[in-house]
Design a protein around this ligand. Sequence first.
Ligand code: HEC
Ligand code: HEC
Length: 342
Amino acid sequence: MSTSWNVILKRLGIVAVVVLVLFGVVELFAYDVIKIQFVSFMAISPAMQPMENPLPVPSQSIPIEGPAYIPNMGAPKNPVPADQVSIARGAELFHINCTACHGEDAKGDGPVAPFLQKQKPADLTSPTVQFLSDGAIFMVISNGFGMMPPLNENLTVRERWDVVNFLRTLSNSSSSAAAPTATSSTGSSPTPTVSGASATATPATAATSSSQTEPEATEEVARPSNPGGPGDAINLTGDPNSGAQIFANNCQTCHNAQGKGGIPNPGSSDGTFPSLNPIDPTIKNSDLKTFAYNLDLFIQHGSTPESLPGAAPTSMPAWGDKNALTQQQIADVIAYIISLNP
Ligand code: HEC
Ligand code: HEC
């Protein structure tokens, strides 16, 4: 009997050793003591690497979170008309979701603002923000921007557009409130450099000095402060109708509807963004090539207006240099401005 027990114990021992050894071998692989290069589909998938653009959405997909970012497709269009209902809803939603940081008056001075050390909330009434397209503001609310958190979980797609429509109303109301005293300065067209000694006239005689500068021959053509030659746009044929749309989307926030001017630009010596309708007489020219050339330099390279001492007025963006508009779009908008100044 005892011998058979011995045999059984011996065999169990062998089995245990074999099992342990096998287990140990498996663990060697499991814990990568011995590495095996498995075929990994993760490694060869189109994964997003750091510093790469986000993957484009697959074709045929329908974004349920509203418009998505698609490279080179521009900002999404606002599908919600800015009617009374939308603006009223937007105001309510703004009050709930944005005022903690941006403040009741949207100037960026909400109760939370003092605690945000790195980046203060933006002044939503400023031209910098108002200059953004509806779609761009929508994307900021949806995805956040810099230190601003994404609010797509707080607001539905429709609600976000309502807030955008409400924000648009702020540019007008604030501009009348912020009207600087400098608006009293002569007209909306920038005073061109005068080559005569009369330019040094004292402010008291400003009225007479401006009448002295009247003769066109002594006036230099207004040029942008940023350097650079003409862009390809002046060799293209512009379409004034499409230019009108481009103007409404990009230029109107500063230059006003139909380029009528009069919107305050605090800190600039003119006090307002220049009128393009009528446009500065030195830019206008009966030779349309020259007229287009004069406009093109401003639109390609942008320009910082003359400022009051120590002030920082808003500049004209460099649409061409920054590729914010294509050359064809610039040609279209030039054609539109020319059509405003027959
Ligand atoms: C938690 C605080 C906070 C809340 C809430 C908040 N914002 Fe902001 N927002 C910021 C900060 C901070 C910035 C500046 C971000 C930067 O420049 O990095 C900013 C910037 C912006 C900008 C400017 C973006 C740009 O391109 O310059 C817009 C537009 C904006 N916010 C709109 C909104 C709207 C609309 C809401 C409400 C739906 C809202 N924000 C709610 C903190 C907030
Ligand atoms: C953010 C505000 C802003 C926007 C947006 C803007 N401009 Fe301007 N623009 C200015 C300012 C400021 C000046 C004056 C520059 C100066 O005096 O040097 C100016 C000057 C001009 C001038 C020269 C007129 C003059 O009398 O000096 C033209 C032409 C012009 N802008 C066209 C456009 C067009 C076209 C667009 C849209 C594609 C546009 N601007 C968008 C701010 C803006």
